[in-house]
Design a protein around this ligand. Structure first.
Ligand SMILES: NC(=O)c1ccc[n+]([C@@H]2O[C@H](COP(=O)([O-])OP(=O)(O)OC[C@H]3O[C@@H](n4cnc5c(N)ncnc54)[C@H](OP(=O)(O)O)[C@@H]3O)[C@@H](O)[C@H]2O)c1
Length: 284
């Protein structure tokens, strides 16, 4: 059995300032992860029109919240900028960080569907940009992110981007941005498929005669426990499945339906293809 992932790479030595644009759900999850890894609040600048309680409390510990430019009208040059606003507000909001970009600044965007090309067009020429796609388990430090950089990203900046993203879970790098729509369809949207599985198991349990609260608890704990087992195990999903399937038994009877024509594989292939197409259309 594998040990739980070790995500505790220290950010104590991370150079500041680190500017976060948008402290919503995802931005706040990253912020929490960075602080847990030892990043000093004094190294952080947050631009957020409606900061939550946690961000306001950090502002009392040195975090700079919506700072005004200095008297000379100069904004602080950031070592790194993380863009976590909604993709729809990007055209208006992203250019505002330009004043914080200097030689060596890394820009890391987690906006769904906003391409490296879009970002390069909205930022000063020559900016080092990493585009990344995380997913919601980031909220508990158990996300998976796929990242891709433009030609301006140095080895040091790639390492920095990896460290910032490791604060919310596992990180994979892509060399080809074209795969990002499929990544979004599998892991970005993926948590919704898993939650749907829990919902469907609950409904099926009720249909099979279980009291609704018990059906919901059984489905929830089964999905969560199996996810944790998969996470900790060295075995792949197919082997774990086979290990709980005796020939001619109850699991085998269910799997015959799920793996038969029109079953899980076919449905998910169709669903993920639809999400990939949608991502491509939205990116334009
Ligand atoms: N949630 C996910 O599962 C997920 C997964 C992958 C990628 N992403 C990406 O992560 C990004 C953030 O998503 P989210 O779920 O965290 O959204 P969210 O909770 O709405 O966060 C966006 C934040 O940006 C703030 N904002 C808006 N205008 C701003 C401005 N001018 N300056 C600074 N901040 C501004 C918003 O403030 P207001 O509330 O005042 O508008 C909000 O707090 C999106 O681009 C999304 O595509 C999310």
């Amino acid at each position: 059995m594998k040990r739980p992932a070790n995500n505790d790479k220290s950010l104590k030595a991370f150079p500041g300032p680190l500017l976060l644009l948008g402290a919503g759900k995802m931005g706040s999850a990253m912020l929490e992860g960075w602080l847990k890894r030892g990043l000093a609040p004094g190294k952080l600048i947050v631009l957020e029109p409606q900061p939550g309680k946690a961000v306001k409390a950090l502002a009392r510990r040195g975090l700079k919240l919506n700072p005004k430019p200095s008297s000379k009208g100069k904004a602080a040059t950031a070592a790194a900028i993380v863009i976590a606003v909604k993709p729809q507000s990007a055209p208006e909001v992203v250019p505002r960080v330009a004043a914080h970009i200097g030689k060596g600044t890394l820009v890391l965007s987690i906006m769904a569907g906003r391409t490296l090309r879009f970002l390069a067009g909205a930022l000063p020429a020559g900016t080092a940009i990493v585009r990344a796609m995380p997913n919601t388990p980031a909220a508990i430090g158990r996300g998976i992110t796929v990242a891709v950089g433009n030609g301006k990203v140095s080895a040091r900046q790639r390492k920095q981007a990896g460290e910032l993203l490791a604060a919310i879970g596992a990180v994979e790098w892509a060399s080809d941005e074209d795969i990002m729509d499929a990544v979004t369809a599998v892991s970005g949207s993926g948590p919704a498929y898993v939650f749907l599985l829990a919902e469907a198991m609950t409904n099926a349990g009720i249909a099979a005669g279980l009291p609704p609260p018990l059906a919901a608890k059984l489905a929830r704990e089964t999905v969560a426990g199996s996810g944790e087992l998969l996470h900790r195990s060295d075995l792949d999903a197919a082997t774990l499945r086979q290990n709980v399937t005796s020939p001619g038994g109850t699991t085998a009877a269910a799997l015959e339906v799920l793996m038969g024509p029109g079953g899980f594989d076919e449905l998910l292939t169709k669903a993920i293809a639809a999400a990939t197409r949608r991502g491509r259309d939205l990116a334009g």
